[in-house]
Design a protein around this ligand. Structure first.
Ligand SMILES: NC(=O)c1ccc[n+]([C@@H]2O[C@H](COP(=O)([O-])OP(=O)(O)OC[C@H]3O[C@@H](n4cnc5c(N)ncnc54)[C@H](OP(=O)(O)O)[C@@H]3O)[C@@H](O)[C@H]2O)c1
Length: 394
Protein backbone atom coordinates (compact mmCIF):
# COMPACT_ATOMS: atom_id res chain seq x y z
CA UNK A 1 0.00 0.00 0.00
CA UNK A 2 1.01 3.63 -0.38
CA UNK A 3 1.69 5.36 2.90
CA UNK A 4 3.00 8.72 4.06
CA UNK A 5 5.85 7.45 6.17
CA UNK A 6 8.17 9.02 8.75
CA UNK A 7 11.64 7.50 9.15
CA UNK A 8 14.21 8.29 11.82
CA UNK A 9 16.63 9.55 9.15
CA UNK A 10 14.07 12.24 8.19
CA UNK A 11 13.18 13.46 11.71
CA UNK A 12 12.93 17.26 11.69
CA UNK A 13 10.75 19.85 9.98
CA UNK A 14 7.40 18.16 9.18
CA UNK A 15 7.58 19.25 5.55
CA UNK A 16 10.63 16.98 5.05
CA UNK A 17 9.84 14.26 7.58
CA UNK A 18 6.98 12.61 5.68
CA UNK A 19 7.63 10.70 2.45
CA UNK A 20 5.29 8.60 0.33
CA UNK A 21 6.51 5.00 0.15
CA UNK A 22 5.13 1.57 -0.63
CA UNK A 23 4.98 -0.69 2.45
CA UNK A 24 3.35 -4.03 3.22
CA UNK A 25 -0.35 -3.81 4.04
CA UNK A 26 -0.88 -4.95 7.65
CA UNK A 27 -3.19 -7.89 8.32
CA UNK A 28 -5.91 -7.69 10.97
CA UNK A 29 -5.61 -9.83 14.11
CA UNK A 30 -8.70 -11.50 15.64
CA UNK A 31 -10.15 -8.27 17.15
CA UNK A 32 -8.85 -5.91 14.50
CA UNK A 33 -10.23 -4.18 11.43
CA UNK A 34 -8.48 -3.15 8.23
CA UNK A 35 -9.98 0.09 6.93
CA UNK A 36 -9.73 1.46 3.38
CA UNK A 37 -8.99 5.07 4.29
CA UNK A 38 -10.90 7.73 2.38
CA UNK A 39 -9.59 10.77 4.26
CA UNK A 40 -7.39 11.44 7.28
CA UNK A 41 -7.48 14.18 9.92
CA UNK A 42 -4.38 16.22 10.76
CA UNK A 43 -3.40 16.66 14.40
CA UNK A 44 -0.58 18.15 16.39
CA UNK A 45 0.68 14.78 17.69
CA UNK A 46 2.26 13.99 14.33
CA UNK A 47 4.11 17.28 14.42
CA UNK A 48 5.87 15.72 17.42
CA UNK A 49 6.32 12.40 15.54
CA UNK A 50 7.91 14.26 12.63
CA UNK A 51 10.29 16.14 14.92
CA UNK A 52 11.24 12.90 16.66
CA UNK A 53 10.89 14.78 19.95
CA UNK A 54 10.04 14.78 22.79
CA UNK A 55 9.48 11.12 21.90
CA UNK A 56 11.19 9.06 19.20
CA UNK A 57 8.00 7.12 18.43
CA UNK A 58 9.78 4.51 16.28
CA UNK A 59 12.42 3.69 18.92
CA UNK A 60 9.78 3.67 21.67
CA UNK A 61 7.70 1.14 19.75
CA UNK A 62 10.71 -1.01 18.97
CA UNK A 63 11.48 -1.13 22.71
CA UNK A 64 7.98 -2.61 23.13
CA UNK A 65 8.74 -5.31 20.55
CA UNK A 66 7.64 -3.77 17.23
CA UNK A 67 9.72 -4.72 14.20
CA UNK A 68 8.87 -1.85 11.83
CA UNK A 69 11.51 0.85 11.37
CA UNK A 70 8.97 3.43 10.12
CA UNK A 71 6.01 5.36 11.48
CA UNK A 72 2.64 5.77 9.78
CA UNK A 73 0.86 8.55 11.65
CA UNK A 74 -2.73 9.73 11.56
CA UNK A 75 -4.90 9.36 14.67
CA UNK A 76 -8.27 9.79 13.01
CA UNK A 77 -9.86 9.19 9.66
CA UNK A 78 -12.88 8.06 7.71
CA UNK A 79 -13.17 5.06 5.45
CA UNK A 80 -14.71 1.75 4.53
CA UNK A 81 -14.24 -1.52 6.42
CA UNK A 82 -12.13 -3.71 4.11
CA UNK A 83 -11.47 -6.80 6.26
CA UNK A 84 -12.28 -7.90 9.80
CA UNK A 85 -10.59 -10.30 12.22
CA UNK A 86 -12.20 -13.60 13.22
CA UNK A 87 -13.72 -12.28 16.47
CA UNK A 88 -15.05 -8.96 15.18
CA UNK A 89 -18.84 -8.63 15.46
CA UNK A 90 -19.40 -4.88 15.79
CA UNK A 91 -18.65 -3.93 12.15
CA UNK A 92 -18.81 -5.70 8.80
CA UNK A 93 -16.99 -5.39 5.51
CA UNK A 94 -18.40 -2.42 3.60
CA UNK A 95 -19.43 -0.33 6.66
CA UNK A 96 -18.63 3.37 6.46
CA UNK A 97 -16.79 4.39 9.61
CA UNK A 98 -14.95 7.16 11.40
CA UNK A 99 -11.98 6.12 13.48
CA UNK A 100 -11.15 7.15 17.02
CA UNK A 101 -7.60 7.65 18.16
CA UNK A 102 -6.89 5.53 21.25
CA UNK A 103 -6.30 1.81 21.79
CA UNK A 104 -6.10 -0.32 24.89
CA UNK A 105 -6.06 -3.96 25.91
CA UNK A 106 -9.65 -4.86 26.75
CA UNK A 107 -8.45 -7.79 28.82
CA UNK A 108 -6.14 -5.63 30.97
CA UNK A 109 -6.69 -6.10 34.73
CA UNK A 110 -7.44 -2.39 35.33
CA UNK A 111 -10.12 -2.33 32.62
CA UNK A 112 -11.64 -5.59 33.89
CA UNK A 113 -11.87 -3.98 37.32
CA UNK A 114 -13.88 -1.10 35.88
CA UNK A 115 -11.34 1.60 34.97
CA UNK A 116 -12.19 4.08 32.23
CA UNK A 117 -10.08 2.56 29.40
CA UNK A 118 -8.52 5.98 28.79
CA UNK A 119 -6.86 5.65 32.21
CA UNK A 120 -5.66 2.08 31.61
CA UNK A 121 -1.95 1.36 31.83
CA UNK A 122 -2.36 -0.26 28.39
CA UNK A 123 -3.84 2.81 26.65
CA UNK A 124 -1.87 4.20 23.68
CA UNK A 125 -2.57 6.74 20.95
CA UNK A 126 -3.12 5.08 17.61
CA UNK A 127 -1.15 6.72 14.80
CA UNK A 128 1.30 8.13 17.34
CA UNK A 129 2.42 5.59 19.92
CA UNK A 130 0.92 2.78 17.81
CA UNK A 131 1.69 2.28 14.13
CA UNK A 132 -0.45 1.98 10.98
CA UNK A 133 -2.46 5.18 11.37
CA UNK A 134 -4.65 6.87 8.79
CA UNK A 135 -1.90 8.38 6.57
CA UNK A 136 -1.98 5.31 4.32
CA UNK A 137 -4.29 3.55 1.91
CA UNK A 138 -5.16 1.07 4.66
CA UNK A 139 -5.28 1.61 8.42
CA UNK A 140 -5.22 -1.03 11.13
CA UNK A 141 -7.47 -0.44 14.16
CA UNK A 142 -9.12 -2.33 17.00
CA UNK A 143 -12.81 -2.97 16.33
CA UNK A 144 -14.05 -0.52 19.03
CA UNK A 145 -12.26 2.33 17.23
CA UNK A 146 -14.84 2.17 14.44
CA UNK A 147 -17.85 4.47 14.80
CA UNK A 148 -20.65 4.86 12.27
CA UNK A 149 -19.89 7.67 9.82
CA UNK A 150 -22.57 10.40 9.79
CA UNK A 151 -24.04 9.77 6.33
CA UNK A 152 -24.39 13.40 5.26
CA UNK A 153 -20.76 14.27 6.01
CA UNK A 154 -18.10 14.30 3.31
CA UNK A 155 -15.24 11.87 3.86
CA UNK A 156 -12.90 14.72 4.69
CA UNK A 157 -15.24 16.41 7.19
CA UNK A 158 -15.90 13.01 8.82
CA UNK A 159 -12.16 12.39 9.06
CA UNK A 160 -11.24 15.47 11.04
CA UNK A 161 -13.67 16.25 13.88
CA UNK A 162 -13.43 13.32 16.30
CA UNK A 163 -9.99 13.75 17.79
CA UNK A 164 -10.36 17.40 18.69
CA UNK A 165 -14.13 17.18 19.31
CA UNK A 166 -14.01 14.24 21.71
CA UNK A 167 -10.91 15.59 23.50
CA UNK A 168 -12.65 18.92 24.11
CA UNK A 169 -15.83 17.09 25.13
CA UNK A 170 -14.03 15.06 27.81
CA UNK A 171 -12.26 18.19 29.05
CA UNK A 172 -15.54 20.06 29.40
CA UNK A 173 -17.90 17.26 30.48
CA UNK A 174 -15.73 14.47 31.86
CA UNK A 175 -14.47 15.78 35.19
CA UNK A 176 -17.35 16.27 37.64
CA UNK A 177 -18.12 18.35 39.58
CA UNK A 178 -16.14 20.71 37.31
CA UNK A 179 -18.33 20.23 34.28
CA UNK A 180 -19.68 23.19 32.32
CA UNK A 181 -23.06 24.32 33.67
CA UNK A 182 -25.43 26.90 32.16
CA UNK A 183 -24.01 30.36 32.75
CA UNK A 184 -20.46 29.21 33.48
CA UNK A 185 -17.76 31.41 31.93
CA UNK A 186 -15.10 29.28 30.18
CA UNK A 187 -11.72 30.47 28.90
CA UNK A 188 -10.54 28.65 25.76
CA UNK A 189 -6.92 28.98 24.68
CA UNK A 190 -6.34 28.73 20.93
CA UNK A 191 -10.04 29.28 20.25
CA UNK A 192 -9.42 29.30 16.51
CA UNK A 193 -7.59 25.95 16.51
CA UNK A 194 -8.94 22.43 16.23
CA UNK A 195 -9.64 21.89 19.91
CA UNK A 196 -10.71 25.48 20.43
CA UNK A 197 -13.26 25.52 17.62
CA UNK A 198 -14.93 22.38 18.96
CA UNK A 199 -14.73 23.63 22.56
CA UNK A 200 -16.43 26.93 21.75
CA UNK A 201 -19.37 25.06 20.28
CA UNK A 202 -19.60 22.50 23.09
CA UNK A 203 -19.54 25.21 25.78
CA UNK A 204 -22.35 27.02 23.92
CA UNK A 205 -24.38 23.81 23.65
CA UNK A 206 -24.02 23.34 27.43
CA UNK A 207 -25.25 26.90 28.04
CA UNK A 208 -21.85 28.20 29.16
CA UNK A 209 -20.14 31.41 28.07
CA UNK A 210 -17.13 30.66 25.86
CA UNK A 211 -14.37 33.27 25.68
CA UNK A 212 -11.59 32.54 23.20
CA UNK A 213 -7.93 33.56 23.14
CA UNK A 214 -6.47 34.17 19.68
CA UNK A 215 -3.57 35.85 17.88
CA UNK A 216 -5.26 37.58 14.96
CA UNK A 217 -8.44 39.52 14.16
CA UNK A 218 -9.37 36.84 11.61
CA UNK A 219 -9.25 34.14 14.27
CA UNK A 220 -11.25 36.38 16.64
CA UNK A 221 -13.96 36.72 13.99
CA UNK A 222 -13.90 32.97 13.38
CA UNK A 223 -14.41 32.25 17.11
CA UNK A 224 -17.21 34.78 17.48
CA UNK A 225 -18.97 33.34 14.43
CA UNK A 226 -18.75 29.92 16.10
CA UNK A 227 -20.45 31.25 19.24
CA UNK A 228 -17.71 32.76 21.43
CA UNK A 229 -18.93 35.73 23.50
CA UNK A 230 -15.68 37.47 22.59
CA UNK A 231 -12.00 36.92 21.93
CA UNK A 232 -8.87 38.21 23.65
CA UNK A 233 -5.88 38.90 21.38
CA UNK A 234 -2.92 37.48 23.31
CA UNK A 235 -0.48 39.65 21.34
CA UNK A 236 -1.56 42.61 23.48
CA UNK A 237 0.17 41.03 26.50
CA UNK A 238 3.73 39.98 27.26
CA UNK A 239 3.62 38.14 30.57
CA UNK A 240 3.89 34.70 28.93
CA UNK A 241 6.17 31.84 29.87
CA UNK A 242 7.60 30.82 33.22
CA UNK A 243 6.76 32.80 36.36
CA UNK A 244 9.42 35.24 37.55
CA UNK A 245 11.48 34.19 40.57
CA UNK A 246 9.21 34.66 43.60
CA UNK A 247 11.77 36.86 45.39
CA UNK A 248 12.09 39.20 42.39
CA UNK A 249 9.42 41.61 43.53
CA UNK A 250 9.66 43.96 40.58
CA UNK A 251 9.33 41.21 37.99
CA UNK A 252 6.52 39.58 39.94
CA UNK A 253 4.62 42.89 40.11
CA UNK A 254 5.00 43.24 36.35
CA UNK A 255 3.78 39.70 35.85
CA UNK A 256 0.73 40.20 38.08
CA UNK A 257 -0.07 43.42 36.22
CA UNK A 258 -0.07 41.50 32.92
CA UNK A 259 -2.21 38.69 34.26
CA UNK A 260 -4.69 41.14 35.81
CA UNK A 261 -4.98 43.15 32.58
CA UNK A 262 -5.70 39.90 30.74
CA UNK A 263 -8.35 39.02 33.36
CA UNK A 264 -9.89 42.47 33.01
CA UNK A 265 -10.45 41.82 29.31
CA UNK A 266 -12.14 38.57 30.24
CA UNK A 267 -14.51 40.46 32.59
CA UNK A 268 -15.21 43.08 29.94
CA UNK A 269 -16.19 40.41 27.45
CA UNK A 270 -18.59 38.60 29.77
CA UNK A 271 -19.90 41.87 31.20
CA UNK A 272 -19.30 41.06 34.88
CA UNK A 273 -16.45 40.42 37.32
CA UNK A 274 -16.54 36.63 37.19
CA UNK A 275 -13.57 34.37 36.62
CA UNK A 276 -13.65 31.34 34.33
CA UNK A 277 -15.03 28.31 36.14
CA UNK A 278 -13.24 26.12 33.60
CA UNK A 279 -10.07 26.94 31.64
CA UNK A 280 -9.48 24.73 28.59
CA UNK A 281 -5.70 24.35 28.41
CA UNK A 282 -3.44 22.73 25.83
CA UNK A 283 -0.91 25.47 25.27
CA UNK A 284 1.14 24.64 28.38
CA UNK A 285 4.32 26.44 29.36
CA UNK A 286 3.47 29.92 28.03
CA UNK A 287 -0.04 30.06 29.46
CA UNK A 288 -0.39 27.81 32.53
CA UNK A 289 0.66 30.51 35.03
CA UNK A 290 -2.10 32.78 33.68
CA UNK A 291 -4.63 29.94 33.57
CA UNK A 292 -3.98 29.05 37.20
CA UNK A 293 -4.15 32.69 38.26
CA UNK A 294 -7.37 33.47 36.42
CA UNK A 295 -9.35 30.31 37.14
CA UNK A 296 -12.19 30.80 39.63
CA UNK A 297 -11.99 29.54 43.22
CA UNK A 298 -12.81 25.81 43.20
CA UNK A 299 -12.67 25.99 39.41
CA UNK A 300 -10.66 23.76 37.09
CA UNK A 301 -7.82 24.19 34.62
CA UNK A 302 -8.12 21.12 32.42
CA UNK A 303 -5.14 20.37 30.20
CA UNK A 304 -4.59 17.94 27.33
CA UNK A 305 -1.36 19.17 25.75
CA UNK A 306 1.69 21.40 25.92
CA UNK A 307 2.14 23.03 22.52
CA UNK A 308 4.52 25.68 23.90
CA UNK A 309 6.30 23.28 26.27
CA UNK A 310 5.44 20.71 28.91
CA UNK A 311 7.54 22.26 31.67
CA UNK A 312 5.18 24.85 33.13
CA UNK A 313 5.22 26.84 36.37
CA UNK A 314 2.39 26.59 38.86
CA UNK A 315 2.13 29.03 41.76
CA UNK A 316 0.95 26.50 44.30
CA UNK A 317 -0.59 29.21 46.47
CA UNK A 318 -3.36 29.74 43.91
CA UNK A 319 -3.87 25.99 43.77
CA UNK A 320 -4.33 25.34 47.46
CA UNK A 321 -5.59 28.62 48.91
CA UNK A 322 -8.20 29.14 46.18
CA UNK A 323 -8.80 25.39 46.04
CA UNK A 324 -8.44 25.16 42.29
CA UNK A 325 -8.05 21.96 40.34
CA UNK A 326 -5.40 21.24 37.72
CA UNK A 327 -6.74 18.25 35.83
CA UNK A 328 -5.03 16.25 33.10
CA UNK A 329 -7.28 14.99 30.34
CA UNK A 330 -6.43 12.77 27.39
CA UNK A 331 -8.60 12.13 24.32
CA UNK A 332 -11.89 10.37 25.22
CA UNK A 333 -13.50 7.04 26.05
CA UNK A 334 -15.90 5.34 23.65
CA UNK A 335 -19.03 6.80 25.23
CA UNK A 336 -17.62 10.31 24.87
CA UNK A 337 -16.64 9.58 21.25
CA UNK A 338 -20.14 8.35 20.45
CA UNK A 339 -21.72 11.43 22.06
CA UNK A 340 -19.59 13.66 19.85
CA UNK A 341 -20.41 11.63 16.72
CA UNK A 342 -24.12 11.97 17.62
CA UNK A 343 -23.78 15.75 18.11
CA UNK A 344 -22.16 16.07 14.69
CA UNK A 345 -24.69 13.75 13.05
CA UNK A 346 -27.57 15.81 14.47
CA UNK A 347 -26.04 19.01 13.12
CA UNK A 348 -25.60 20.56 16.59
CA UNK A 349 -21.81 20.43 16.39
CA UNK A 350 -20.11 21.57 13.18
CA UNK A 351 -17.03 19.55 12.18
CA UNK A 352 -15.24 22.83 11.35
CA UNK A 353 -13.21 21.50 8.46
CA UNK A 354 -11.32 24.46 7.06
CA UNK A 355 -8.50 22.95 5.00
CA UNK A 356 -8.35 19.90 2.78
CA UNK A 357 -5.64 18.92 0.30
CA UNK A 358 -4.49 15.76 -1.51
CA UNK A 359 -2.50 12.96 0.14
CA UNK A 360 0.84 14.46 -0.94
CA UNK A 361 0.21 17.37 1.46
CA UNK A 362 0.50 15.44 4.74
CA UNK A 363 3.89 17.05 5.45
CA UNK A 364 2.73 20.49 4.35
CA UNK A 365 -0.33 20.26 6.65
CA UNK A 366 1.81 19.47 9.68
CA UNK A 367 4.28 22.20 8.77
CA UNK A 368 1.46 24.77 8.63
CA UNK A 369 0.30 23.57 12.03
CA UNK A 370 3.82 23.69 13.49
CA UNK A 371 4.22 27.25 12.16
CA UNK A 372 0.77 28.20 13.53
CA UNK A 373 -0.10 29.38 10.01
CA UNK A 374 -3.07 27.09 9.42
CA UNK A 375 -6.62 28.37 9.05
CA UNK A 376 -9.10 28.07 11.94
CA UNK A 377 -10.71 24.72 12.81
CA UNK A 378 -9.74 21.24 11.64
CA UNK A 379 -7.66 19.99 8.70
CA UNK A 380 -7.76 16.85 6.55
CA UNK A 381 -6.06 15.20 3.58
CA UNK A 382 -7.75 13.00 1.02
CA UNK A 383 -6.37 9.47 0.90
CA UNK A 384 -8.40 7.15 -1.33
CA UNK A 385 -11.17 9.72 -1.91
CA UNK A 386 -10.51 10.98 -5.46
CA UNK A 387 -11.91 14.45 -4.81
CA UNK A 388 -13.36 16.51 -1.98
CA UNK A 389 -17.11 16.72 -1.45
CA UNK A 390 -18.00 13.01 -1.68
CA UNK A 391 -20.18 11.49 1.04
CA UNK A 392 -20.20 7.98 -0.43
CA UNK A 393 -18.02 5.72 -2.56
CA UNK A 394 -17.54 7.21 -6.04
N1 LIG B 1 -4.26 14.73 24.72
C1 LIG B 1 -5.07 14.70 23.70
O1 LIG B 1 -5.85 13.78 23.56
C2 LIG B 1 -5.04 15.81 22.69
C3 LIG B 1 -6.01 15.87 21.70
C4 LIG B 1 -6.00 16.95 20.80
C5 LIG B 1 -5.00 17.91 20.89
N2 LIG B 1 -4.05 17.80 21.86
C6 LIG B 1 -2.99 18.82 21.95
O2 LIG B 1 -3.59 20.10 22.08
C7 LIG B 1 -2.82 21.07 21.40
C8 LIG B 1 -3.72 21.86 20.44
O3 LIG B 1 -4.25 21.01 19.45
P1 LIG B 1 -5.09 21.64 18.26
O4 LIG B 1 -5.49 20.52 17.38
O5 LIG B 1 -6.15 22.54 18.76
O6 LIG B 1 -3.97 22.50 17.54
P2 LIG B 1 -4.13 23.79 16.64
O7 LIG B 1 -5.29 23.64 15.73
O8 LIG B 1 -2.79 24.05 16.08
O9 LIG B 1 -4.51 24.95 17.66
C9 LIG B 1 -3.63 25.34 18.66
C10 LIG B 1 -3.83 26.81 18.97
O10 LIG B 1 -2.91 27.16 20.00
C11 LIG B 1 -2.69 28.56 19.90
N3 LIG B 1 -1.32 28.88 20.28
C12 LIG B 1 -0.18 28.61 19.59
N4 LIG B 1 0.88 29.11 20.26
C13 LIG B 1 0.39 29.70 21.37
C14 LIG B 1 0.99 30.40 22.47
N5 LIG B 1 2.32 30.61 22.54
N6 LIG B 1 0.18 30.88 23.43
C15 LIG B 1 -1.15 30.69 23.36
N7 LIG B 1 -1.77 30.05 22.36
C16 LIG B 1 -1.00 29.56 21.39
C17 LIG B 1 -2.96 28.98 18.46
O11 LIG B 1 -3.95 29.99 18.51
P3 LIG B 1 -3.60 31.57 18.45
O12 LIG B 1 -2.23 31.71 17.84
O13 LIG B 1 -4.69 32.11 17.58
O14 LIG B 1 -3.67 32.04 19.86
C18 LIG B 1 -3.54 27.73 17.81
O15 LIG B 1 -4.72 28.00 17.10
C19 LIG B 1 -1.68 20.33 20.73
O16 LIG B 1 -0.51 20.43 21.55
C20 LIG B 1 -2.16 18.89 20.69
O17 LIG B 1 -1.10 17.94 20.70
C21 LIG B 1 -4.06 16.79 22.76
Amino acid sequence: MYASVIRQSRYGAPEQAFGIEVVDTPQPGPNQVLVYVMAAGINYNNVWSALGAPLDVIAARQRRGATEDFHIGGSEGSGVVWAVGSRVRSVSVGDHVVLSGCMWDESAPDIRLGADPMTSATQVVWGYEENFGSFAQFALVDDYQCHPKPASLTWEAAAAFLLTGATAYRQLCGWPPNTVRPGDPVLIWGGGGGLGSMAIQIVSLLGGIPVAVVSSPERARYCIDLGARGAIDRREFDHWGPLPAFDDEEAMTRWIRGARAFGKQFWEIIGERRSPRVVLEHTGRDTIPTSMYLCDNAGMVVICGGTTGYDADVDLRFLWMRQKRLQGSHFANLQQCREVVALVESGKLAPCLSWCEPFESVGKAHQLMYNNEHPGGNMAVLVNAPEPGLTNLP
